[in-house]
Design a protein. Structure first.
Length: 157
């Protein structure tokens, strides 16, 4: 059983840079210091890089692809993305995401099934594969523990 780690793709970023999922224009700026977590390539912004802060609804987009209604689980939150060219994400679990994380599992109908804590030092591949052992799990959102921010998703491949 495999899975694919998915950052926010270039087409979606392009649409969000026009108008974000909250219906607003994104805040585009030059990063004064390094470290903003980029959801388009799953890396960290460098000082001097042009980036954007915008609202993103990850489950809404996933559900729309499948023709399902996520209902109350359709949330949106802030993410940073490149405001220009982006190298895209490398395959596999990103090195920049090795701290504590929450793996939030959703069913094929877009409703939440539960969550699983991923502690710093745990093997993310093993933990994610264990979450996907449940045949009801269709997609997993990887989120920050501190603020609940969306980082990326994992889909069965």
């Amino acid at each position: 059983m495999g899975y694919e780690i998915r950052a926010i793709d270039a087409e979606t970023v392009g649409a969000l840079l026009d108008r974000d999922d909250a219906g607003r224009e994104p805040r585009v700026f030059v990063a004064e210091e390094a470290g903003a977590p980029l959801r388009c390539c799953l890396g960290k912004a460098e000082a001097g890089e042009r980036i954007a802060l915008l609202s993103y609804a990850p489950l809404r987009r996933w559900a729309a692809e499948r023709g399902v209604d996520p209902g109350a689980y359709d949330e949106q939150g802030p993410v940073f993305v490149h405001a220009g060219d982006c190298p895209g994400a490398k395959p596999g679990w990103p090195e920049a995401h090795t701290a504590h994380r929450m793996l939030r599992a959703y069913a094929a109908d877009g409703h939440i099934l539960g969550g699983r804590h991923l502690a710093a030092g745990d093997d993310p591949d093993t933990t994610l594969r264990e979450v996907f052992e449940d045949p009801e799990v269709a997609v997993v959102h990887v989120r920050a523990i501190e603020f609940g921010c969306f980082h990326f998703e994992a889909r069965r491949d």
